[in-house]
Design a protein around this ligand. Structure first.
Ligand code: NAP
Ligand code: 8YV
Length: 317
């Protein structure tokens, strides 16, 4: 008999085809009564496949006494309680590196779309306003500007490399200084004061909660732009909305929000924001690579009890 796998969230056919060859897959969305399911079949579940949004709820973990691996389809795993997993010896994997380029490209996309007011200009043409009202106002160039990266990790470094085409200056803030050519700021507020664009690409979770607070937002200021492709929790969202509304912050390009899929309605009426529904990694190519890595981790776990890309907290298990 094949071991059981609980699949949380949506899954591609390619992933489902592969997972089904090795596991008896139970799709959470198709389980009518979870309590009964866990009581009857919880002990057959040895692995969970989930994603960065849904994670794994503690009460579900409790109902799976033989759970050994949690594979997260995403590099961010803040929705999975890794401390609880480590305490039970459960290995947690994620999908680092395979999404670096598309997430970095989305940061550049938001940077350009926000600076050149792409959404406003597109709507202007579609509404027939060009012929009636003439040209739209001038926008801002990204050429030669100063870009501050909050979180110069795997994705942050790719963003920095791609920003080179704009002939500006890249600087960064993180807890640790790295051996790189970019200037390091040990103060996020000071960096925000000095840059034209602040690009947020740290993990979510308690350590980065509201790191971009009112002080940082005001340091970025009326001529500054905030780009967030990390997690909504990293930015104080009510402060962001109020600063964008009353002009204390110039512009924002946002892929992520505090309570997805809810987005503060106050943002909908603002022309100085560009909004995306958390799609930075959502290309066919990258989602396929992420899905393949989820399956590779689970296959490896079945083979010898190890996983290929553990989250740092589980690397010792
Ligand atoms: P990574 O390689 O671990 O890089 C994270 C960076 O953040 C590191 O430079 C780290 O440096 C810094 N950092 C961590 N905690 C910090 C803190 N408290 N203060 C300041 N800097 C901090 O991770 P990655 O692969 O680049 O991914 C980063 C995150 O992007 C993911 O965790 C995920 O949340 C997000 N993401 C979003 C999408 C999307 O769809 N929008 C897609 C992929 C990833 P130090 O340790 O030196 O501080
Ligand atoms: C995914 C992400 O959209 O990798 C991450 O951290 O945020 C995105 O790539 C998310 O994990 C849902 O699968």
């Amino acid at each position: 008999m094949k071991p059981g796998l609980l699949q949380i969230g949506s899954v591609t056919q390619r992933m489902m085809d592969r997972l089904s060859t090795e596991f008896t897959v139970h799709q959470l969305s198709e389980i009518a009564d979870l309590t009964t399911f866990l009581a009857e079949q919880g002990s057959s579940i040895t692995a969970v496949a989930t994603n960065g949004h849904d994670g794994l709820k503690p009460q579900m973990m409790a109902g799976m006494p033989n759970l050994g691996a949690v594979a997260c389809n995403g590099v961010g795993y803040d929705a999975v309680d890794t401390a609880a997993c480590v305490a039970r010896g459960i290995k947690v994997s994620h999908t680092p590196n395979v999404l670096n380029d598309d997430v970095a490209n989305t940061a550049i996309l938001l940077l350009l779309a926000t600076s050149r007011e792409l959404v406003f200009n597109d709507a202007y043409v579609r509404a027939g306003r060009w012929a009636k009202e003439g040209s739209t106002p001038l926008t801002r160039s990204v050429e030669g500007k100063t870009f501050g990266i909050l979180g110069l990790g795997r994705i942050g470094e790719r963003i920095a490399e791609k920003l080179a085409m704009f002939n500006g200056t890249v600087v960064y803030h993180s807890r640790n200084k790295k051996d790189v050519a970019y200037r390091y700021y040990d103060s996020l507020t000071k960096m925000a004061q000095d840059v034209d664009y602040l690009i947020v690409i740290t993990p979510g979770g308690a350590a980065t909660d509201k790191l971009v607070n009112r002080e940082v937002i005001e340091a970025l200021g009326p001529q500054g732009t905030l780009i967030n492709v990390a997690r909504g929790s990293v930015v104080d969202e009510p402060e962001l909305v109020s600063a964008l509304t009353d002009g204390r912050l110039g512009w924002a390009g946002l892929d992520v929000f505090e309570k997805e899929p809810q987005v503060p309605a106050a943002l909908f009426g603002l022309d100085n924001v560009t909004l995306l529904p958390h799609v930075a990694s959502a290309t066919v190519e990258t989602r396929q690579a992420m899905g393949d890595l989820v399956c590779d981790n689970l296959s490896q776990f079945l083979k010898d009890g190890t996983i290929l890309t553990p989250v740092p907290e589980c690397a010792h298990l």
